[in-house]
Design a protein around this ligand. Structure first.
Ligand code: ZN
Length: 286
């Protein structure tokens, strides 16, 4: 049996299964401070039965360098209490099993890539929720450089009707996450995007910023497909608006532009936890 954790800023999803195709039990717990949350997760795995490997897809930033002394840790997150949390080390100690560790978005990207049957060889997964993050699979492999990509922290060009709001990112102010994440939308307009009326300018503004990130991904790494998940992305028509706006931004320029696709997750809300199980599978095989 394999174990998996999708460690998010709002909730931890825990699962066990015989493979990434077969989840046999799952549980969701709220993300509180690390000591409480990690202990609650470890207790659940202890009750769920013996596992041979654990996969963790975590919110970040995280240290992914296997040669680093701080591998497997969340690094400088603004989330209170979680900076420098040794999340992979905690579970290796408590459960005594090997741990596969990656970002939540790269785990989701891997799962969506598999669900797509490896079509096109490349895929990006963007989550638009409490934060904004992006994972990349190129030639069938999740990729990162000296650290994992931070697509949520690019600076989009501001729309003409959204120049006043300073943004909420503690590092950058009006980066993509500072402008288009769930908390940014709530701070600016007092409601989640899904509760703002259809004609509200927020819908076009948010779609524009996300479309700019998609255009950047198409133009810089030439992914064939971008999958958009996360709580904000559940807003009706948002993904369709993003796709339409990204086509307008491309203006018929990019090679293969007509084949670029922007879609909702094939796996719905399960991409992250299935991807974490895939990490466990890969780790278990050594
Ligand atoms: Zn930022």
């Amino acid at each position: 049996m394999l174990g998996a954790i999708e460690a998010g800023g709002t909730k931890f999803v825990l699962a066990v299964g015989t493979s990434s195709q077969n989840i046999t039990a799952r549980r969701s717990i709220p993300t509180r401070d690390p000591a409480i949350t990690l202990a609650e997760a470890a207790d659940w795995f202890a009750q769920a039965g013996a596992i041979s490997a654990l996969g963790i897809g975590s919110f970040g930033p995280v240290d992914l360098d296997p040669a680093s002394l701080t591998w497997g840790r969340i690094t400088n997150t603004p989330k209170p209490g979680w900076a420098d949390c040794d999340i992979a080390g905690f579970f290796m100690d408590r459960l005594g099993v090997p741990v596969g560790f990656y970002t939540d978005v790269n785990a989701a990207a891997l799962a969506e890539y598999a669900a797509a049957g490896g079509v096109g060889g490349s895929l990006a997964y963007l989550t638009i929720g409490t934060g904004i993050g992006g994972g990349l699979v190129l030639d069938g492999k999740p990729v990162h450089g000296i650290a994992h990509p931070e697509v949520g922290h690019i600076y989009p060009r501001r729309t003409a009707d959204d120049c006043e709001f300073p943004g909420i990112c503690p590092h950058h102010g009006d980066c993509l996450e500072g402008l288009a994440s769930g908390p940014a939308i709530f701070t600016r307009w007092g409601k989640p995007l899904s509760q703002l009326p259809e004609g509200h300018p927020a819908h076009a503004i948010i779609a524009d910023y996300i479309a700019q990130a998609c255009h950047m991904l198409f133009a810089s790494v030439a992914v064939g497909e971008i999958v958009i998940g996360g709580g904000v992305a559940n807003t009706p028509d948002l993904v369709e608006r993003v796709a339409e706006r990204a086509r307008a931004l491309d203006a018929g320029y990019l090679p293969g532009g007509t084949r670029h696709a922007i879609i909702r997750p094939r796996l719905g809300g399960d991409a992250g936890i299935i991807g974490a199980l895939m990490l466990a599978e890969a780790t278990g095989k050594g």
